[in-house]
Design a protein around this ligand. Structure first.
Ligand code: IPD
Length: 273
C-alpha cells in the first residue's frame, strides 16, 4: 500500500543520511583501494561499510525483505532477483570518482516488489543532491519536481556514454566505435562515471540521453525509475523493453530520441545479473 511505501521511503532516507556522512568523511580520507574483476574495477573499505549500514538499517525494520547489494555480491553473497520485496543497493556508484576525489558519486537504492521498482533514491552526499521517485508520483531533486528535456532531435542532444571498468580490448574497441559514430551527430558526449547519476542528469534535463553496456542492476534500478517518473523513456539499447538484469540500458528524453540512438549502437551481450 502507499502507506507501506511511505514507510519504506522514510526508513531508507534515514539510512542514507547516516551512510552519506560516512561517504563525505571517506571522500577526503586516505582510502584502501583494492580491485575486483580487473585493474580498473575499484573497491574501497567505504563501499563495504556503507552497504552494511544500509542493509542493517533496512533489515532491522523489514526483516523479511531481500537484498541485492553490489559489495555483498562481490563477497559471494549472491541473491537472485525474485518477486519478493528486494532492496537493490549500490553503496557508492562511481567508486573510481570516489577514489580520485571527483565529486560525482552517489548512493543508489531501489526497492522492487514483484520485480517492479516502486521507489528509487540516488543521493550525492558531496553535492548534497538527492534525487527520488516513488512509482506514479513524479521525480524530485531535493524535493523539487524535475522533468526531462523533452528533446526529440539527436543533432541538438547532449549524450552520456560510459566506457565502464571492463578492459577487454574487444569490448573497449566496440565501445569506442559506438562513441565515434555518435559524436559527429550530436552536440556533445559526456562520461561522468556514475550510471545512477547519469540517469538523474537525463531526468533533470541537463543531458538528453544515456546509454551503457555492462552496468549492473544496482547501477541503474533506482535511476531508471527516477528518469521514467521525470518523463524519460528507458529501454534496452536494442529498442526492446528494459530488463533490469540484462546489464544494458538506453535512456532518452523521448522515445523519438531513443529510436534515433538505438540503430547507431553495436549490441554487446553480457551474462545477466
Ligand atoms: C560504475 C559506474 C560507472 C559505470 C560502471 C559502473 P560502481 O559503478 O556506474 O559509471 O561506467 O559500469 O560499474 O562500480 O562505481 O558502483
Amino acid at each position: 500500500t502507499q502507506h507501506d511505501i511511505d514507510l519504506y521511503y522514510r526508513t531508507i532516507l534515514d539510512g542514507i543520511g547516516t551512510a552519506g556522512k560516512l561517504v563525505r568523511e571517506g571522500f577526503t580520507a586516505t582510502k584502501q583501494v583494492t580491485t575486483k574483476e580487473g585493474a580498473a574495477d575499484l573497491l574501497t573499505e567505504y563501499d563495504q561499510r556503507v552497504e552494511e549500514i544500509l542493509i542493517n538499517r533496512l533489515r532491522e525494520s523489514f526483516p523479511t525483505h531481500k537484498f541485492i547489494g553490489e559489495e555483498s555480491t562481490a563477497l559471494g553473497i549472491k541473491s537472485s532477483f525474485t518477486d519478493d520485496p528486494t532492496w537493490i543497493i549500490d553503496p557508492i556508484d562511481g567508486t573510481t570518482n570516489f577514489v580520485h576525489g571527483f565529486p560525482f558519486i552517489a548512493i543508489s537504492v531501489a526497492l522492487a516488489i514483484s520485480k517492479q521498482v516502486v521507489l528509487g533514491i540516488v543521493y550525492n552526499p558531496i553535492t548534497d543532491q538527492l534525487y527520488s521517485a516513488i512509482r506514479g508520483r513524479g521525480a524530485f531533486r531535493n524535493g523539487q519536481i524535475i522533468k526531462c528535456s523533452g528533446q526529440k532531435n539527436l543533432s541538438l542532444s547532449q549524450i552520456l556514454g560510459e566506457y565502464g571498468p571492463n578492459r577487454d580490448p574487444a569490448i573497449l574497441d566496440t565501445k569506442c566505435k559506438i562513441l565515434e559514430t555518435i559524436i559527429g551527430k550530436v552536440h556533445s558526449i559526456r562520461a561522468m562515471g556514475s550510471a545512477a547519476l547519469n540517469l538523474c542528469l537525463v531526468a533533470e534535463g541537463s543531458c538528453d540521453a544515456y546509454f551503457e553496456y555492462g552496468v549492473h542492476i544496482w547501477d541503474y534500478a533506482a535511476g531508471d525509475l527516477i528518469a521514467r517518473e521525470a518523463g524519460a523513456y528507458t529501454c534496452d539499447p536494442s529498442g526492446a523493453p528494459l530488463n533490469l538484469i540484462d546489464r544494458r540500458v538506453l535512456c532518452a528524453a523521448t522515445k523519438e530520441l531513443a529510436e534515433q540512438i538505438s540503430p547507431l549502437l553495436i549490441q554487446i551481450d553480457y551474462p545477466h545479473d
